[in-house]
Design a protein around this ligand. Structure first.
Ligand SMILES: [Zn+2]
Ligand SMILES: [Zn+2]
Length: 601
């Protein structure tokens, strides 16, 4: 049995049970098991045979039994029963954000809606709005969500793809015949949404490496693999193989597979002395690689996946990328920058930025606690922050309008400020600042009056609603917020949720101008579902002298480092340096840089 198939069955059981309205704890168990199996790098067969299945977190007795059933018969009776009860398109319907299993069931029962197409048709001809539970507003939302689902088909969050890619790379590195293996492609460039995974491995004999990759338990389908004699063969009917994958370079052995979650992974295997060139070519955006090839041509060097070649084809030994950049007379370009945005020129002139690093960060902004929707107390988060080397932390719980996330009333906020001052007395080695993540309301006013905001040390203000205002209104909204003298940092400036909700439609140039004029910092929110401000705007911000605050938006201790890491990587992608980072400043300078303390200066 293939792990990927079992994972799919578990996930479908979860989805179908959701549709049926079953116990949410049971449903979670199947969904968790699917995720755990998807990330396993051992065959389930082996785990089952050795009685080790239960040692996998997420697999309990009930799931173990179902896996055993699957191994013995090729199916799981519960799965079969659920499929029999329910129309096949239900699984698709469950992927539409905002529809929800209860309404999906109503749509099916009342109007026989059993697919995305049927859902769309019913939304358009007015049928959907007549079904109990649906109104004009929700129909509109579903039409928008459907467009998102279609638009995002085949795309994956970078951090989810990364987890799988690292497992595959780790497996390759463990092999004695592989001297190096790295994740390349968009993931290595820290792109937030990816269509595929690219791996590059160094080995003298590619065949056994590629065979093992194609037969890996995480593989659901082999899309292409080299046939004996060298040329790559594509699987019949696998259109997905081409999507987002570069055409294979003749003579370079490579294979492409589809992993259980639908992600396509491509492996390129080259001899060890070509690894640097291959990794470079397979990592850079097309523009970067084209510029690098051009630099090479001027030096009579040919840069290809198959290696770096000198005159008359003599191979230049380049076991790593640094050797290739060096041979081309360039400084090493960090992978995040390889987009063709001027980095090759900067590398030639010794003008690459020194990018911000984890070690530069001195304080944490945008930390939630149990006062709103965080899971840990003020003290708990402060102790954890101190242990991780931070010297200050700004508590930013939600404001009163975000009732759903436990937003604080004015009285609660004042009590919290007192509590923060009290904890500060008791705890050494870190300064806790009283802040808030204040809602930017639809009209651009902030969710607390100015005199309350003035009592805080630092105010982060974010958009949490009214996402679909027209551009002019949305821009006016942010400009009004930016004009508030107590606003210090704009949190996740566009409110985007990757692969589920577009950011607000706003004139970003105007927003940046206003932030610059008022001395307001912008957040680079590290939540991998947000990564907002988008890296594509970072240089436009820093060029205007705007400081960026790299924030974890942490709700629990483990998120401090996890979310900060993705935020840092994203800021690096935007060419951000420590000097341009608000929270890379020591406390005194941090305070001085806040807009509230700059007024009149
Ligand atoms: Zn927020
Ligand atoms: Zn937050």
């Amino acid at each position: 049995m293939r792990n990927a198939d079992v994972a799919r069955v578990m996930e479908e059981i979860g989805g179908l049970m959701r549709f049926r309205g079953d116990n949410p704890f049971k449903i979670r168990a199947y969904e968790n098991a699917a995720q755990a199996i998807r990330e396993l790098d051992e065959p389930l067969d082996a785990l089952l045979a050795e009685g080790r299945l239960r040692s996998v977190p997420g697999i309990g007795a009930a799931i173990e039994k179902k896996i055993a059933d699957y191994a013995a018969t090729g199916s799981v009776p519960l799965h079969e029963k659920l499929l029999e009860e329910m129309p096949i398109g239900v699984l698709e319907l469950l992927s539409v954000p905002g529809l929800g299993p209860r309404r999906a069931r109503a749509a099916y029962k009342e109007a026989g809606i059993d697919s995305l197409d049927a859902l769309e048709a019913a939304a358009m001809d007015g049928t959907l709005a007549t079904i109990p539970g649906f109104g004009p507003k929700s129909v509109e939302a579903i039409v928008a969500a459907l467009a998102q689902v279609r638009k995002h088909a085949g795309r994956h969050l970078g951090y989810e793809a990364r987890a799988l890619a690292e497992i595959l790379a780790g497996r390759l590195r463990e092999r004695d015949d592989v001297s190096a293996a790295e994740v390349a492609g968009e993931l290595r460039r820290a792109i937030e949404i990816v269509e595929n995974v690219v791996l590059v491995a160094a080995a003298n004999d590619a065949t056994p490496v590629i065979d093992a990759f194609c037969d890996h338990p995480m593989t659901a389908e082999v899309l292409s693999r080299p046939k004996v004699g060298g040329r790559t063969r594509r699987a019949k009917g696998s259109a997905g193989a081409k999507k987002g994958t570069r055409a294979a370079e003749p003579g370079v052995p490579e294979a492409a597979v589809r992993l259980g979650g639908g992600l396509v992974a491509r492996l390129v295997v080259v001899p060890p002395d070509a690894f640097g060139a291959a990794l470079l070519v397979e990592t850079g955006a097309a523009e970067h690689v084209a510029e690098m090839k051009e630099v090479g041509r001027k030096k009579k060097l040919r840069l290809e996946t198959s290696g770096l070649a000198g005159p008359r084809g003599a191979r230049v030994v380049a076991p790593d990328e640094a050797a290739v950049y060096h041979a081309l007379g360039l400084a090493f370009v960090p992978p995040e920058l390889r987009e063709g945005g001027g980095e090759v020129e900067a590398a030639r002139n010794g003008e690459l930025p020194v990018l911000v690093e984890r070690g530069d960060l001195q304080g944490l902004v945008h930390i939630h606690t149990t006062w709103s929707d965080g899971r840990v107390t003020i003290e708990g988060m402060a102790t954890a922050a101190r242990e991780r080397g931070f010297t200050y932390m700004v508590v930013c719980d939600h404001s009163r309008s975000t009732a759903i996330a436990g937003g604080l009333s004015i009285d609660d906020l004042r009590r919290q400020i007192d509590e923060i001052r009290r904890v500060n007395e008791e705890i050494d080695g870190i300064e806790i600042l009283a802040g808030s993540e204040v809602d930017i309301l639809a009209d651009g006013s902030l969710d607390y009056p100015d005199e309350v905001l003035a009592e805080l040390d630092c105010v982060v203000a974010s958009v949490h609603g009214a996402f679909r205002l027209p551009r002019a209104d949305q821009t006016a909204r942010l400009l009004r917020a930016l004009a508030n003298p107590w606003l210090d940092v704009v949190g996740h400036p566009t409110g985007r949720r990757l692969l589920s909700r577009d950011g607000i439609d706003v004139d970003m140039e105007a927003v940046l101008d206003a932030a610059s004029e008022h001395g307001v910092a912008l957040e680079v929110n590290g939540d991998p579902h947000r990564l907002d401000l988008d890296w594509r705007w970072h240089r436009a911000a820093t060029d205007r002298g705007i400081l960026l605050s790299i924030d974890p938006d942490a709700h629990r201790v483990s998120e401090i480092e996890e979310l900060l890491a993705s935020g840092i990587e994203f800021a690096r992608k935007g060419w951000v340096t420590a000097e341009q980072t608000l929270n890379a400043r020591p406390l005194k300078d941090f305070r001085a840089a806040l807009r509230r303390n700059r007024r009149g200066a």
